[in-house]
Structure formats: C-alpha cells, structure tokens
Design a protein around this ligand. Structure first.
Ligand code: SF4
Length: 517
C-alpha cells in the first residue's frame, strides 16, 4: 500500500479479483446499479475511484432529501428496529439475522444481507403472517423510474437466496398530490405504494446474466474499453464523465443549441465533429443555423429587429429575481411535495434609461414560514408602474401564482405584478447569438459573453442550487453566528448579482442593437 493513500483506493491484486479464487470481489447494491448503467463505471468505482470528479456539493440535496424521506417512511411501520450499520458489515448481517428470527419484531430498517458475493441493505422489511416478509424500497422521486426496478430486483435476488420468505416487493414513492394541511406530514398520505413483485420476478433471469458480466469485468486487469454515449448521463450523470469524455473543442457540434441526439449521431456517422464541416444542406433549426454561422465566423449576431423589442419597455424598470428551495417533504401548510418555497428576492429599480439603479432585497433569516414576509415586502418594493424585467418569466410567474394560492389576499396584487412582467430570455433567444454562449441561453452563459466584466466566478454562491444549500445551512439550528453571517452575505451578494446582471445585460443589448432597417 502507498503510504498515506487510503486503503479503499488500493487496486486489488489479480488474485483477489480472479473468479473462483477464495477472495472473490463482492458487489453491493449501488455497485450493481452502477454496473447496469455501464460496466466501465462499475470497474472504475471499484478499482480507480480516484478518477471521479470532485463533488461541488450540488449533489448533496438529493442525498439529504432521500434520507429525510426514508426516515418518514419508517413511521409507516411502528415498532420497526434499525440495524446499526456502523458496527461493520458482518456484525450488521448477524444483527439482521437475529431480528428476522425474533417474531416480536414487526419490521427491520436497513437490514443487511449477503449471498453469492452480493451485499444489499434493505430500506424496510415488514414481517407478514406465516413468517413471510414484504420488502419496501423507499424513493424520494414522485414516480417509479425504470432504474428503480434493477435496484429492487438485486435486493430481491439476495433476499431470495438468504432463506428469507419474501412474499412481495413494493416501492414507496412520493405522492405529488399530497397537501400538508397541519404542521405534521402524514406518511400514509405522503407515500404511494406500488407492488413490483411481478415485474421484479420477470427481471431475475436477466439479472443473473448481468451479475456474471459484472464479476467478469471486475476481474479484468484494466477497465473495459467502452464507448461514451447517452448512457453517460442516463439514468444519472456518471461521476467519471470528465474522465471518459474529453473536453470538446470550441467549434464542436455539441455546442449547437438543443442539437437532438439523433442529429448529433447522424453528424458523427458522417465524420463531422466541427461546425465548420457541417454540410450547408444539413437540416438545422433556425437558431442552430444561426449559432453555426456565428461559431464559424467568430462574430456575434444581433438581429435588426432587436431594437424594436425595447420600444414596449415602460420605465421605471424593476429587475427582479427569486431564490427558492423545493423540498420533497412540504414544510408549511398548503404545500405539496416539491413545491418551491421562496426565501429570497432581489430587485433593482431603474427610474430612467442610463440612471444608476436602486437596490432592494429580502432574505428570510430563520426556518419560519417565509411566504407572507416574502410577498408583502416584494409588493412594497415593486412600485405600481413600469415593467418588471425577469430572465425566464415562467419561473417567477409560477412562483407568484403559487403564492397567490397560499395567500389569497394577495391575489390581485400578484396579478398586477404578473401583467407587468417583461421577459429578457425570449428576446435574447430570438435576436442574439454569441459564439461564447456555447449552445445555452441561460443567464450564466449569456452574461459573460455580452457583459464580460460581470462574472459569477469566485462567488461563494455561484448558482441557484448553491443558494438553496447555503440558505438551509444558514437557518440550521446548529449553525454558528459567524456561519450565519457568512452565508447571509454570500446569498445577498449572489441574488443582487443576478438582478444587476439583468440591468447590465439590457444596457449591453440596447447598445449593441443595430439600427432598424
Ligand atoms: S462516463 Fe460513460 S463510458 Fe465512462 S464510465 Fe461513465 S458511463 Fe461509462
């Protein structure tokens, strides 16, 4: 072992990897699911995990949500006992066996099983009559996804080979139609249960074959040479994406906006990787053709109709942006699972063109219901006249509509706000393309291309997802005063930047717009 190098990074010797040798490798449930997505992913996870991308924390949200939802599901099985996994796998397997053997235990959480070198931990096992068991896998998604079936099938495989009488296999997922009425979530209403027994049984022959392939690949001396493709992002984005997919050159066809996978495949089959080599008669959308032209010339394009778009703008202008979180478990009355909870807004008010804008802001500072304070302070800041400029109206408008549903006394004022919205995104999409957009019209892509002096680089909160995480960290009970202060500043800086970016972007577009013909 290399000194100082964690043991889990150690590549197993050939002896350990070889099929049939005493120390054959073991596959866990998550490794099996990774291997179903791509055998190379499985191999790299086991033998070369150091090649993975460093997490930027953005994937913490689904993990946290999954954990919270899992804990809530346990309330459906009172008296259930959790197996302590901190004691090590063998001990956890032993403890699970004891609980299975004890007829007084109605349900087991996190039970550990091993069979045929496959290890699984089950979310919930419920004891039924006649020593039969029901397996319940809990997912924080709002529906059944195809890859959930493999997840449940591998558990069913191991349990069936562990002398456990498995009667049925179920999935508990979030019921999107559930509405929180009081202060506590009712797990019987929050979850929808689906019986997957038949579907999982049908998967067993294929699963045996998949397992054989996985063990064979793990025993290889090097990673299998597999091509990249749509499987690198489906059902999840592979953590080795950057390792396998080399950075694209600036003129790569992948930077054309919304290029359909079939069109990309067609071009690749023709040997075309650069936009410079796309045949003139190849079918592209209007926007893709425009992007292709600007990438070929290196020059941005502004339509001669761009100027006309600004004629409808009515000053004073308010540039507005919201930050939200959308938790799986609703936090306040009237909310559904995954509803957006707005916690912050920023508004820049510009009285006249070219005049320095005034800034207003709101940030909820604790874990109490922020909705009333959010909308009442926003109504005050927005004035009564002039357009409200947003980037992607659908998002803000939908949030306003939800606020009207929760706080009907604001309905009329919210309608007035919605009537004043003026969306910058379709204007950019229709009238502008810059080679540096890289195929995206998001504010984060458009801003550095058209207003290079403004950047999100180096900001502690650089995007909306990070803002949600920072807010939750700020309001957490265990956060210190210094942490709260630091998060507060980072959040205020970020949201202010978003609305100031719109001010500067509008100015840049007005300056760049060619005269009308
Ligand atoms: S990036 Fe693609 S090819 Fe590489 S390991 Fe992941 S899924 Fe497999």
């Amino acid at each position: 072992m290399i000194p100082g190098y964690p043991d889990r990074y150690r590549r197993p010797s050939r002896t350990e990897c070889s099929v049939g040798k005493p120390r054959r490798m073991k596959i866990s449930k998550s490794k099996f699911v990774a291997g179903v997505q791509c055998l190379k992913r499985l191999y790299l996870q086991v033998h070369e995990p150091e090649l993975t991308e460093q997490s930027d924390g953005a994937d913490e949200t689904p993990f946290e949500q999954g954990h919270e939802v899992g804990l809530l599901a346990r309330e459906l099985f009172p008296g259930g006992i959790e197996v302590d996994s901190s004691v090590g796998l063998s001990q956890a397997i032993r403890a699970t066996k004891e609980l299975v053997a004890n007829p007084e235990v109605p349900a087991i959480f996190e039970g550990a099983f091993e069979s045929h070198d496959v290890i699984v931990k089950t979310d919930i096992l419920q004891r039924r009559k006649d020593n039969l068991w029901r397996l319940v896998e809990v997912k924080s998604t709002a529906d059944l996804k195809e890859h959930h079936l493999e997840d449940v099938a591998i558990q069913s495989y191991v349990l069936s080979h562990s002398a456990l009488n498995l009667a049925s296999v179920w999935l508990a997922h979030v019921n999107r139609a559930y509405v929180l009425t009081g202060t506590t979530v009712d797990p019987r209403q929050f979850f929808l249960l689906r019986n997957l027994t038949r579907r999982v049984q049908n998967l067993q022959p294929a699963l045996t074959f998949q397992l054989r392939s996985q063990f064979r690949v793990l025993a290889m001396p090097t990673a299998p040479d597999l091509p990249t493709g749509p499987h690198c992002t489906n059902p999840v984005t592979c953590e080795f994406f950057d390792h396998c997919n080399h950075p694209k050159s600036d003129d790569h066809i992948g930077f054309l906006p919304r290029l359909h996978a079939s069109a990309a495949e067609q071009l690749e089959e023709m040997g075309v990787e650069s936009v410079h080599d796309i045949p003139a008669d190849f079918e592209l959308s209007e926007i893709q053709r425009r992007a292709c032209d600007t990438m070929q010339t290196g020059q941005p394009w502004f339509s001669t109709d761009l100027k006309g778009e600004f004629e409808s703008l009515k000053y004073p202008l308010c540039f507005m942006d919201f930050e939200t979180i959308n938790p799986a478990i609703p936090r306040f009355p009237g909310m559904h699972p995954y509803d957006h909870l707005p916690f912050q807004w920023s508004v820049h008010l510009q009285a006249q063109p070219g005049v320095a804008p005034e800034h207003f802001e709101f940030l909820a500072m604790d874990g109490g219901d922020p909705r009333l304070a959010f909308i009442s302070s926003l109504c005050e800041a927005l004035n009564e006249h002039g357009n409200i400029v947003v980037y992607n109206e659908q998002f803000e408008s939908q949030r306003l509509w939800e606020l009207a549903g929760w706080l009907p006394e604001y309905t009329q004022r919210i309608r007035d706000i919605q009537c004043r919205l003026w969306d910058l995104l379709p204007v950019v999409r229709k009238h502008v393309y810059h080679p540096a957009f890289g195929g995206s019209f998001s504010l984060k892509a458009v801003l550095p291309a058209l207003v290079p002096e403004m950047t999100y680089e180096g900001m502690e909160v650089p995007n909306g997802q990070a803002a949600g995480l920072a807010w939750q960290a700020m309001i957490a009970e265990n956060s210190s005063a210094a942490e709260r202060q630091a998060k507060r500043k980072a959040l205020l800086d970020y949201c202010e930047q978003d609305t100031l970016a719109m001010v500067r972007l509008l100015e840049a577009l007005q300056n760049a717009a060619p005269p009308k013909p």
